[in-house]
Design a protein around this ligand. Structure first.
Ligand code: ADP
Length: 451
C-alpha cells in the first residue's frame, strides 16, 4: 500500500499444489484420528500463541496489506478468537441416536469431510485464514490454503505457529502463488473435498465451475453492496458515526461494508452535512503512523476504484466529497483514495449496483419504511444490513424484510466470531463463524445395526 516493495514470495505452480495435497492426505490420516479433546487442546494452544505474539503479527499485517496498525490488531484479535472459539467446538461434534424399533440401533456420526482448500482474500488476510482453517481443524480436516498474491505473509507465519502448537506435519499447508495458477490448480483438484472461497463474484463463479466436475462442496463468500438504512426517526448522530465507519473502515475494502446509505429524505440534509464534514476530516497515511485510513491494497485495485468514481462523474452524479486518488502526506507516495460520497443515486446506477470495494459511499434517498425496504433489496447481493430507527416495530419489520445474512439494528458492526456470517443471492452461500461455521467441514454418517 505504501508503494514500496516489502517482501518477495515464490509463485507456486500446479506441482506445488499437488505436493501440498499429498502432504495434506497424510496429515488427514493422523488428524482425523486425533482425539477431539486433543484437537481442542492444540487449538487452544494455537490461540494462546497468537495472542502472545499478536503485536508481531499485527505489524507484519499492517506492512503487508497497507491497513492501519489498529485495523491489523483487530484482524489479529479475531484470528486468535476464531482458534479459541472453534477449539471449544472440537469436542462437541456429537451425533444423535434414531429410534427404529426393537431390532435396530441407529446413530449418526459427524466425520471430517477430508482435505479442505482455502482461497483467501487480501482484505483481512489474518482473520480470513482463521475463519476457515480453525473450524476445519476443529472438525478433523486437513487444509491447503492459498493466500492472496499481495498478502501471503501472515498465513505462512500462522501455519508455522500451528505446528508449534502441536498440529501434526502435513495437516496445514500453505501454497503462495497467483490465483489463476496456484489457486485454479487447487480448486479443480479432485483430492479436494471442500473449497472455502472468499473473493469477487466473477472469480467465485469460476471457482464453482472448476469445482463442478469433481462435485466438490463449496462455501462462497462473494461480497455485497450492503445498505445502512436510516429511517426518519433515527438518532442522526448515531447514523453519522455508523455510516462513517461502515464504509471507511479498512478503506472500504470489506465484503460487508455499508457501501450504500439508504436514507429518509427528512434527515438526508442534516446527516449528509455532518457525514461529509467527518469524511473530510479523516487522515490518510502509512498504517504504522496511526492514520484514520490506510492505503488500498494494490495499485491495480486503486485504479479499479477510481474508474468506478470517474464513471459516476461522467454520468453527472453528485460527488459531495473525495473522488480522487491520494498519497501518503509524509512520503508523497502510496495507493490511497480519498473518502468519497456520491449523493442522490438512482436505483439502477452502477455505483449502486456494483461492489466498488473502496472508500466510496453511494447515497440513495427514500421516503418511508416501504420504499426503504425496496431500495435496500434493490441489488443482486444480500450480505448484511444496518437499520436505524427508534421504532422497534419498524426495525423488526425491516429486519425480516431485508434480504441479508445478518442484520444489525441501531448499529452497523456488532457481534463477533460467535455470529454466523454469510450471504444470499450473489453474496454467495454457506455460513462462516458461529457454530454454523463448522458445518461445512463435517458430514453426517448414519450407522445402523440389526440385532
Ligand atoms: P481480486 O481480483 O480483488 O484479487 P479475487 O476474487 O480474484 O479478487 O481474489 C480472491 C482470491 O482468489 C485470491 O487469493 C486470488 O489469488 C484467488 N483467485 C483468483 N483467481 C482464481 C482462480 N481462477 N481460481 C482460484 N483462485 C483464484
Amino acid at each position: 500500500g505504501s508503494g514500496q516493495a516489502f517482501a518477495e514470495f515464490s509463485a507456486g505452480k500446479a506441482e506445488d499444489v499437488s505436493r501440498a495435497l499429498e502432504a495434506a492426505e497424510q496429515g488427514l490420516a493422523i488428524w482425523r484420528d486425533t482425539a477431539p479433546a486433543e484437537r481442542c487442546r492444540i487449538l487452544n494452544c494455537a490461540a494462546m500463541l497468537i495472542g502472545e505474539r499478536a503485536e508481531y503479527l499485527s505489524v507484519l499485517e499492517a506492512l503487508d496489506s497497507g491497513k492501519t496498525l489498529d485495523e491489523a490488531r483487530g484482524d489479529v484479535r479475531s484470528c486468535a478468537r476464531l482458534f479459541e472459539y472453534y477449539a471449544g467446538a472440537a469436542d462437541k461434534l456429537e451425533g444423535r441416536s434414531i429410534p427404529l424399533g426393537k431390532d435396530l440401533s441407529c446413530w449418526t456420526e459427524r466425520e471430517p469431510v477430508g482435505v479442505s482448500a482455502h482461497i483467501i482474500p487480501w482484505n483481512y488476510p489474518t482473520s480470513n485464514f482463521a475463519r476457515g482453517v480453525a473450524p476445519a481443524l476443529a472438525a478433523g480436516c486437513a487444509v491447503v490454503a492459498k493466500p492472496a498474491e499481495t498478502t501471503p505473509f501472515t498465513a505462512l507465519v500462522l501455519a508455522g505457529w500451528l505446528g508449534e502448537a502441536g498440529v501434526p506435519a502435513g495437516v496445514v499447508n500453505v501454497v503462495t502463488g497467483l490465483g489463476p495458477d496456484a489457486g485454479a490448480s487447487l480448486v479443480r483438484h479432485p483430492e479436494v473435498a471442500h473449497i472455502t472461497f472468499t473473493g469477487s463474484v466473477s472469480t467465485g463463479v469460476g471457482v464453482m465451475q472448476a469445482a463442478a466436475p469433481s462435485v466438490t462442496r463449496l462455501t462462497l463468500e462473494l461480497g455485497g453492496k450492503s445498505p445502512l438504512v436510516a429511517l426518519a426517526d433515527s438518532d442522526v448522530d448515531k447514523v453519522v458515526d455508523g455510516a462513517l465507519w461502515a464504509i471507511f473502515s479498512n478503506a472500504g475494502q470489506i465484503c460487508s461494508a455499508g457501501s450504500r446509505l439508504v436514507i429518509d429524505r427528512k434527515i438526508h440534509a442534516e446527516v449528509l452535512e455532518k457525514l461529509v464534514g467527518k469524511a473530510r476530516a479523516l487522515r490518510l497515511g502509512h498504517g504504522l503512523r496511526h492514520p484514520d485510513i490506510g492505503a488500498l491494497n494494490s495499485h491495480a485495485h486503486l485504479e479499479r476504484v477510481h474508474a468506478h468514481v470517474e464513471a459516476a462523474r461522467r454520468r453527472g452524479r453528485s460527488i459531495l466529497t473525495g473522488g480522487n486518488p491520494a498519497v501518503d502526506p509524509e512520503t508523497g507516495k502510496g495507493w490511497f483514495y480519498e473518502p468519497t460520497i456520491i449523493d442522490g443515486l438512482p436505483r439502477d446506477d452502477p455505483a449502486v449496483q456494483y461492489e466498488i470495494f473502496g472508500p466510496v459511499l453511494a447515497v440513495q434517498i427514500v421516503e418511508g419504511e416501504e420504499e426503504a425496504a425496496a431500495i435496500a433489496n434493490g441489488t443482486e447481493f444480500g450480505l448484511v444490513a444496518g437499520i436505524y430507527t427508534r421504532d422497534i416495530e419498524k426495525a423488526l419489520r425491516l429486519a425480516r424484510a431485508i434480504n441479508a445474512g445478518q442484520v444489525t439494528i441501531n448499529d452497523y458492526w456488532a457481534g463477533g466470531v460467535e455470529v454466523p456470517f454469510g450471504g444470499n443471492g450473489k453474496s454467495g452461500f454457506g455460513r462462516e463463524k458461529g457454530l454454523e461455521g463448522i458445518e461445512a467441514y463435517v458430514r453426517t454418517k448414519a450407522i445402523t445395526i440389526r440385532h
